[in-house]
Design a protein around this ligand. Structure first.
Ligand code: RFL
Ligand code: PHB
Length: 395
C-alpha cells in the first residue's frame, strides 16, 4: 500500500467536543494540529447527547471563538426542579451559588459550531479514517497512522491527544500494566426522545417515582428532550411513543400533566449508565481527555463539562510548552484533571443513586432515598451542596 507522511505539532484522535475544542484553541494560539476521526461529520452530528453546560464550559467555548450562536440561541437556566412524592421543589441554583447559572444548548449544536469554525480556520480534519493508531507514544517521536481510500498515512507529531471517546483506540493502546480502571455499571438505562413541542416547564425537572426516574429537558423553547429510566434489556422498538408518554406521565407529579405537550418523536434511543475512570491520563506523549478517560452517568449533566475542563488543563499545558518552553503543565495535567473528575464522578453517582429505583432496593433503601430528598429540599446547606456541584465546581 502507498504511504504518505505529514508532520504536525499535536495529532488529535477524535472529532467530538473534546478534540474539536482542543483543536480550535491550539489553532487560535498558532499551534498546528490535525484531527483524525473514524466517522464523518454527518454521523457525529446525528448523535444526540448532552444539553447542559456549566459556566466554565461556556467560557472556554467563548475563548475558542465558538460562543456566538450559543449566546443567541442557548437558554440560561437559574434553577432546576426535583419532583418526588407527588410534588415539585425548585432548587434556586442562581441564589444558592452567588449568581451562577447553566446554559442549555445541545451538544449537536456546539459540535456544529466548532466544526464550522475549524473549517473556516483552514485546519485539517480527516474524517472516515480507518485503522487509526497512536504509535511510539512512550518514545520521543510519537506518530499516528491510519488508512484512507486505499492509502496508508503517517502523521509525525510532538504529542497525541486521545479524544476518541469511551470506545476509542487510545486508551486501549496503553499497556494494561500502566493503567488502572475504576468502574460501576448501573442496572438500568435511559430511554430518551426528542419531540418538536414546547417543554413541559421552562426549567429541567428531575423526577423520582416508585416506577423509576424521569427527566424533562429541552433543546429550545419549541423542542423538548425527555428521558425515562428503563431496564437494561429493553429495546427501543418495544417503546411506542404512546407507551413513552404514558410512562412519563406516570412518573411526573399531576400538576405537570396539563402542560405536557405530547407528539411524535423524531429521535428515540437507549443509553446505558456507567461510572468509569482510567488513571493516569498521561502516558509519555499521549494524553487522554474527555470520555476516552472517564464516563459519568448523565444524571448530573457532567460528561461534556468534564471534557471541557480536561481541555482547559490540556490546552493551557500545551500552550505553556510551546510558548513558554515549560513542561510544568504537562507534568501536572493528569493529577489536576483527575482531582476535578473524581468530584464530578461522586456527584453523578450520588444523583444517580438518589433519583433512580434500583431493581434490588429494599423498602429500607427506598425510605432512605425519600428521607434524603426531603432533607435536600428543606435544608439550605444540602440544597447549596447540590447547586454548587450542578453549576460546576471551580477549575
Ligand atoms: P465523544 O463525543 O464520544 O467523541 C469521540 C470521537 O472520537 C471518535 N473515535 C475515533 N476516531 C478515530 N479512531 C477511533 N478508533 C475512534 N474511536 C472513536 C468518535 O467517532 C467521536 O467522534 O467524546 P468527547 O469528545 O470526549 O465528548 C464527551 C461527550 O460527548 C460526553 O461526555 C457527553 O455527551 C455526556 N453527556 C452529557 N454531558 C453533559 O455535560 N451534560 C449532559 O446533559 C449530558 N447528557 C450525555 C448526556 C451523554 C449521553 N449519552 C448518550 C452517552 C446524555 C446522554 C444520553
Ligand atoms: C439533556 O438535555 O440531554 C440532559 C439534561 C440534563 C441531564 C442529562 C441530559 O442531566
Amino acid at each position: 500500500m502507498q504511504l504518505t507522511t505529514t508532520r504536525t505539532k499535536v495529532a488529535i484522535i477524535g472529532s467530538g467536543p473534546s478534540g474539536l475544542l482542543l483543536g480550535q484553541l491550539l489553532t487560535n494560539a498558532g499551534i498546528d494540529n490535525i484531527i483524525v476521526d473514524r466517522v464523518d461529520r454527518k454521523y457525529i452530528l446525528e448523535r444526540i447527547r448532552a444539553g447542559v453546560l456549566e459556566e466554565g464550559a461556556v467560557a472556554l467555548l467563548d475563548e475558542a471563538g465558538a460562543g456566538k450562536r450559543m449566546h443567541k440561541e442557548g437558554l440560561l437556566h437559574d434553577g432546576i426542579a426535583l419532583a418526588f412524592s407527588g410534588h415539585t421543589h425548585r432548587i434556586d441554583l442562581h441564589a444558592l451559588t452567588n449568581g451562577k447559572r447553566v446554559m442549555v444548548y445541545g451538544q449537536t449544536e456546539l459540535t456544529r459550531d466548532l466544526m464550522d469554525l475549524r473549517e473556516a480556520s483552514g485546519a485539517t480534519t480527516i474524517y472516515n479514517a480507518e485503522n487509526v493508531l497512536p504509535n511510539d507514544f512512550s518514545e520521543e517521536k510519537p506518530y499516528v497512522t491510519y488508512d484512507k481510500d486505499g492509502i496508508s498515512h503517517r502523521i509525525d507529531c510532538d504529542f497525541i491527544a486521545g479524544c476518541d471517546g469511551y470506545h476509542g483506540v487510545c486508551r486501549s493502546s496503553v499497556p494494561s500494566h500502566a493503567i488502572t480502571s475504576y468502574e460501576r455499571v448501573y442496572p438500568f438505562g435511559w430511554l430518551g426522545i426528542l419531540v418538536e413541542k414546547p417543554p413541559v416547564s421552562h426549567e429541567l425537572i428531575y423526577a423520582r417515582h416508585q416506577r423509576g426516574f424521569a427527566l424533562c429537558s429541552m433543546r429550545s423553547n419549541t423542542r423538548s428532550r425527555y428521558y425515562i429510566q428503563v431496564p437494561l434489556d429493553d429495546k427501543v422498538e418495544d417503546w411506542s411513543d404512546e407507551a413513552f408518554w404514558r410512562e412519563l406521565k406516570n412518573r411526573l407529579p399531576e400538576q405537570a400533566h396539563e402542560n405536557l405537550q405530547t407528539g411524535a418523536s423524531f429521535e428515540k434511543s437507549i443509553a446505558p449508565l456507567r461510572s468509569f475512570v482510567a488513571e493516569p491520563m498521561r502516558f509519555g506523549k499521549l494524553f487522554l481527555a474527555g470520555d476516552a478517560a472517564h464516563i459519568v452517568p448523565p444524571t448530573g449533566a457532567k460528561g461534556l463539562n468534564l471534557a471541557a475542563s480536561d481541555i482547559r488543563y490540556l490546552f493551557d499545558a500545551m500552550r505553556d510548552f510551546y510558548l513558554d518552553k515549560s513542561d510544568a503543565g504537562l507534568d501536572a495535567y493528569s493529577s489536576r484533571a483527575l482531582l476535578r473528575i473524581w468530584k464530578a464522578e461522586r456527584f453523578s453517582w450520588w444523583m444517580t443513586s438518589l433519583m433512580h429505583v434500583f431493581p434490588d432496593s429494599s423498602p429500607f433503601d427506598q425510605k432512605m432515598c425519600q428521607a434524603e430528598l426531603e432533607y435536600l429540599v428543606s435544608s439550605e446547606a444540602a440544597s447549596t451542596s447540590l447547586a454548587e456541584n450542578y453549576v460546576g465546581l471551580p477549575y
